[in-house]
Structures are given as structure tokens and as C-alpha cells.
Write a protein that binds this ligand. Structure first.
Ligand code: RUQ
Ligand code: CUA
Length: 637
């Protein structure tokens, strides 16, 4: 059924006059540039990919949680510390939800944040360099899914646990889960100037699953909303046992109140062990520090800070409209969307109209806080975004469609099929006070017949809809890399002008940098050999090195002396148990090589940098361990 549906819509429309009209809408002529950047999460690639809209052209993959041989990220000595955790070196993760920094609820384009779902981490990426600058591990958390969403002025990036776990972790019977496990919601403060992350406090919630979250905005600024499921606290066969309750909850958290409590000395410091990894742009080097404690907050100690909003039925997405008035819960086992009203929520809290409590946390009455119900007619609602013109767009996984509906009247205005099984959707700025509208990107989980087959595995598929009219129009399909869960879009004019072009050599503070070619040298310290090397079109200095022995540990410290935009050089050494390095103009990178066999071994530049790129090479002579050949090197005479 799926594929016949695809054939009908795909092929017939490509023959129509509509198709040529649509082609114009996505066509970005050679030499012209896209109107928006789209940052897509990589899912199980652990990274972020960067696309242009409307063209669907992919510009870059930004390595975040995964080693990336294309640049040497996670392989170079400078970047290995980025992937340290309390479990040791973890060179991979599952990244779901990118979110761009905001000021007063509008995208400011300074940083983008993303979560590592598997080994709980949050990353901050610079939108000037498109490099990952910081990763903080989240203790007491597991399946870091309701993350990484930011508050209106980027005060906090929020991380919520999907799996509840024993806190602190300990050896205990799994069937004692109920009422013993905890769900940590972590608030990580963001330094307004440098963006540095600090785990300010963890709210220790009942042992439900915390699925997604969004900040309040404008009138609801100061609150944060989290969907929960498995309020049954089942620990096996969740597909049945976690679907018993007719309603689960959206947890409404007044973080301002908790912040105040914490600033006045509230909370309990608890021993913990989690990595905080920071990349320094002036030394081009990351350091990893283990943090030893975390401040935890018991919600019952801060009256008025946490409430439960009953929401049918195992809600997934939790989205807040640009005015901050409506909180939308997408019950994935329900056909209807539940919209809660922020004003009614406040009134119900003030009137103390509760419908019991769960673990001491007051439950509000469903009817008291309900703003409306969208009778969508779709199945499996997941996520909602907004166009800034009073409309909302919700994805339906099971019925494979995007449904457009009106905030306030709750009427369905339009629905369009997706191909197939859409998860998230994204409107540039659609998760802020000021959406830019124009396009919806649907991110589909299943691709099937949309592209030429490539064996059993197909890339996932994104679809672009023009939303400038009353009705949505599907105008383009493009493949995406990994599994984009969520994405964040921003007008190119905000980011492009400040994109970094080079690292200035005279600002390079890497301790092993070679700033002028006469600093190029080789030094032996016991069995460590350090090669301080520079590179410029089209040679390495030094280029021939002798006196290296089997059993040595050879460190290359290489500085790119170019000061021109888009002239990286690469470095690759035969038999190195690592990746190449791709070094940007003005930057220094290092890697280690363990020579194993006597001989004369070449290295070369991997990035075609000039007509003489193939001449950019050198040799290292490796002698047996007991040889007494002295170190020597040639400086290109
Ligand atoms: S999820 S398809 Cu990981 Cu955001 Cu909803
Ligand atoms: Cu430098 Cu090729």
C-alpha cells in the first residue's frame, strides 16, 4: 500500500505543470546560495549535517560525538579528549535534537546544541567555526532523550533522562524499579559570553520515562515542559505495560523557582563522576576534566515548582507555540492532539484545583487546563512546529502525513502525505518566538522507493513543503545522512557573514605550534620523537627525517601556514593506526604514529591543495630498535 501510494503521488505529479513550477521554487542556480541553513541531527551517526534550503544540498558534516576520519576529529591528540566520558573513551553516540541559541526567544545564531542519547552528553557547537567546542556528560541519566532544548535567553540547555535508573547507580533487582528508580532532569547553565556549560542542578523526578521537552516562551518563560510515558513504571514488555494508563503527564517545571531555591543554598550536593570536555580555540586543543559532584533537587522541597498536566496517551512530542500560551502534547497512541493552556494552568495552580498527586507532585485537572483538542483524523501524532502566522503543523507517523491546523480554533486546514512515516518536522525558527515560516521539512523514517536502491540500506528521506499558501505543497525530496530526528533551521543572512575563514597564525597559542619555518625541528625524549612541522603550498618542513627507530612513539605536530580561506592541507602516514589530519589555515594538529617495521616510509598531503599537491610529501627512515643512527632532518634545501 505504501509503495502504490508513492507511485501515484510521486510519478504523476512529476509529469504535471505543477512540477515545473515547484522546480523553480527549489532551484538554486549555479553560483547562487541558499536562503536557509538546516542543521540536521545525525541520529546514529552521532554528528550534525548541514544542508541548504530550499536546495537540499549538503554542505558539511560536523563531527560531534563520533570520531571522524575526514577531519581527524577524535583521532588527533587535540580532539581525543572531547570523547572522554566516565566510561572511558566513547567514540560514538546517537544524536537527536539540535537547538540553536536564542536571545529573547529569537534565534541568535551563536551556537547550536545537541544531545548524545546513548552515553548521556550535551554538546555545544560554534556557528562561527562549525566545530564542536564543548561536551558535558550528564550523570544520573540514561537515554538522554528529552534534550537538548534551550531556554529563551540560552540561560540553560536542558537534558532529561528517558530511562529512569537507580540514583546513585547500584546493584539492585530490576523488578524493584517501581518507586525506587529516579528520572533526572538536568539544567545546564550556559555562560552568556563564552557559552561554557555547567551542570547547575538536577531535578530528581519520579521514575517515569521523560521523552521530549520544550521551554516556555514569552508569557510562559521561566517554565519548562516535559512529556512523560510509562507513568505505570513498568520494567518489562513496555509496549503493553506502559500503555495501561489512559493518561500520562506533561511535567511543568518552574525552573526560575528552582534556580532561586538553588541560588539561596537549596539542594543536596551528591557525589558523581562525569566528564566535562572543552575545546580551546586559541590553543586548538581540548581538555577533559572529571567533575566529582552534582547538585540535586527534590521537587517536594520546592513547593510550587512542579506540576503534572494529564495528557493522553503516552505523549511523545511536547511543543510550545510562539506566544507561549499553548502546550501541545502529541499522544502517540491517540488520534487527537491535546492542547493545554498556560493561562488556565496558572489559574488552576492558583486555585489549588488538584486531581490528586503522584509521589507528592500535584496533578492538575485535565478539564481545567485544556485549551482545546485538535480532531486531526490522523494516527500517531509525534511533533508540532509553528509558522508564526497562527498555524501549527503536526506530523503523524502511522498515517504518514503532516497536518496543518489553526491555533485557537483547532480546525484542521490542510493535510499532506509524507513518504513515508514521518518523525520530526522543522520550520526555520519554528521552535522560537519568531518562526520564519516559508518551508516545512519533514524528516521521514522510511524511504522505500523514493530513490534509486542502494542495497538493503537506504538513506532516510527529507521532504520540503512550501507553506507560504493556505495549502502546503510538496516541492522536493532529498536524502539525509544518518537518521535526522530533529533539525534546526536559520536564515543564511544571520550565519553566513560571521562564518570564520581562517585561524590567524599570529593568534595560534598551541604549545607545539611552528609559527615560523625556522622553528621546524625534530626532538627525541627517550623513545618519544616529536616532529614539529609546518605545511604550506606545496611542501612540508621538515620533509625527510632519519633516526627514527622501531618501538619509538612518533608525534607529529603540524601547523598549516596558509592564511587564505579554504586552503586546508592534510597529513597521512603509511600504516598509522589512526586517521589523517585535515588542518585548517593557521591551525595546529597532532597525531601519534608507532613505526613497526624498518624501512623508508612516506607521508603526504591528502587534500588537493595546488597544482603541485602531488609533490607535497616526505619520508621517514625507520631503523631497527638497536640502531644508533642520529636524528636528522631536512628543511627542504
Ligand atoms: S524523537 S520521531 Cu528522538 Cu525526537 Cu520523535
Ligand atoms: Cu597540501 Cu595537498
Amino acid at each position: 500500500m505504501l509503495s502504490s501510494c508513492g507511485n501515484q503521488n510521486g510519478k504523476s505529479s512529476s509529469n504535471s505543470a505543477l512540477a515545473s513550477n515547484n522546480a523553480e521554487k527549489v532551484y538554486v542556480a549555479p553560483g547562487e546560495q541558499d536562503e536557509f541553513y538546516a542543521f540536521m541531527s545525525g541520529g546514529y551517526s552521532g554528528n550534525i549535517t548541514v544542508y541548504g534550503l530550499p536546495s537540499g544540498r549538503m554542505f558539511k558534516e560536523i563531527p560531534v560525538f563520533s570520531q571522524f576520519p575526514t577531519s581527524g576529529y577524535g583521532y588527533s591528540e587535540e580532539t581525543k579528549p572531547m570523547l572522554e566520558t566516565s566510561f572511558g573513551f566513547v567514540p560514538w553516540d546517537d544524536s537527536h535534537h539540535p537547538d540553536i541559541s536564542q536571545t529573547q526567544g529569537e534565534l541568535d545564531g551563536r551556537w547550536i546544541f545537541i544531545n548524545g542519547n546513548n552515553t548521556p552528553r550535551i554538546a555545544r557547537i560554534s556557528l562561527e567555526t562549525f566545530e564542536t567546542e564543548e561536551i558535558i556528560e550528564i550523570p544520573n541519566s540514561a537515554g538522554n532523550h528529552s534534550s537538548s532544548f534551550i531556554t529563551e535567553n540560552t540561560e540553560y540547555v536542558v537534558a532529561g533522562t528517558r530511562f529512569s535508573v537507580p540514583v546513585p547507580q547500584r546493584d539492585m533487582p530490576i523488578n524493584e524499579y517501581k518507586s525506587n528508580f529516579k528520572g533526572a532532569l538536568s539544567f545546564i547553565s550556559v555562560d552568556p559570553e563564552h557559552g561554557h556549560l555547567d551542570l547547575k542542578f538536577q531535578l530528581m523526578m519520579p521514575g517515569f520515562n521523560y521523552d521530549l521537552s520544550h521551554p516556555g516562551r514569552d508569557k510562559s518563560h521561566g517554565w519548562f515542559f516535559f512529556t512523560t510515558y510509562n507513568t505505570e513504571e513498568a520494567n518489562s514488555l513496555l509496549e503493553v505495560n506502559a500503555s495501561q494508563n489512559d493518561k500520562d503527564f506533561i511535567a511543568a517545571v518552574n525552573w526560575k523557582k528552582i534556580e532561586e531555591y538553588v541560588n539561596n543554598g537549596g539542594g543536596t550536593m551528591m557525589p558523581a563522576n562525569y566528564a566535562h570536555n572543552v575545546y580551546d580555540e586559541s590553543t586548538h586543543t581540548a581538555t577533559s576534566t572529571m567533575k566529582k559532584e552534582v547538585l540535586t533537587v527534590d521537587p517536594l522541597k520546592v513547593p510550587g515548582a512542579v506540576y503534572f498536566l494529564p495528557t493522553p496517551k503516552s505523549p511523545h512530542g511536547c511543543d510550545v507555540d510562539p506566544t507561549g500560551q499553548y502546550i501541545i502534547g502529541n499522544g502517540k497512541l491517540s488520534a487527537d492532539l491535546t492542547v493545554h493552556s498556560f493561562d488556565k494552568m496558572i489559574a488552576a495552580i492558583e486555585g489549588k484545583k488538584f486531581d490528586g498527586e503522584a509521589y507528592g507532585i500535584p496533578i492538575l485537572k485535565f478539564e481545567d487546563i485544556l485549551a482545546g483538542v485538535v480532531k486531526s483524523g490522523g494516527l500517531g501524532p509525534l511533533h508540532t512546529e509553528f509558522d508564526g502566522k497562527g498555524n501549527a503543523y503536526t506530523t503523524f507517523f502511522i498515517s504518514s502525513e503532516v497536518v496543518k491546523w489553526k491555533l485557537g480554533t483547532w480546525e484542521v486546514i490542510d493535510r499532506k502525505p509524507t513518504f513515508y512515516s514521518v518523525g520530526h518536522l522543522m520550520i526555520p525558527g519554528g521552535n522560537s518566538r519568531k518562526p520564519f515560516g516559508k518551508y516545512v521539512v519533514a524528516m521521514n523514517k522510511i524511504t522505500k522507493d523514493r530513490y534509486l536502491p542502494t542495497g538493503p540500506e537506504l538513506e532516510h528521506s527529507a521532504q520540503l513543503y512550501d507553506i507560504t499558501g493556505d495549502k502546503m505543497e510538496l516541492i522536493y525530496d532529498f536524502p539525509t545522512h544518518g537518521e535526522p530526528h530533529y533539525a534546526a533551521g536559520i536564515p543564511a543572512e544571520i550565519l553566513a557573514p560571521k562564518s570564520k575563514k581562517i585561524y590567524r597564525l599570529d593568534e595560534n597559542e598551541h604549545p607545539d605550534a611552528v609559527i615560523s619555518p625556522d622553528q621546524a625541528r625534530v626532538e627525541r625524549k627517550g623513545n618519544e620523537v616529536h616532529i614539529y612541522m609546518s605545511m604550506i603550498r606545496s611542501h612540508f618542513t621538515p620533509d625527510n627525517i632519519e633516526g627514527v627507530k622501531v618501538g619509538d612513539e612518533v608525534y607529529f605536530h603540524i601547523t598549516n601556514h596558509e592564511q587564505d580561506f579554504d586552503v586546508p592541507h592534510g597529513f597521512a602516514m603509511i600504516g598509522q593506526n589512526s586517521s589523517e589530519l585535515l588542518i585548517m589555515p593557521g591551525q595546529t594538529k597532532s597525531s601519534v604514529w608507532y613505526p613497526k617495521k624498518p624501512g623508508v616510509w612516506p607521508f603526504y598531503c591528502t587534500d588537493f591543495c595546488s597544482a603541485l599537491h602531488q609533490e607535497m610529501q616526505g619520508y621517514i627512515r625507520v631503523s631497527p630498535a638497536d640502531s644508533n643512527i642520529e636524528l636528522s632532518w631536512s628543511l627542504g634545501e
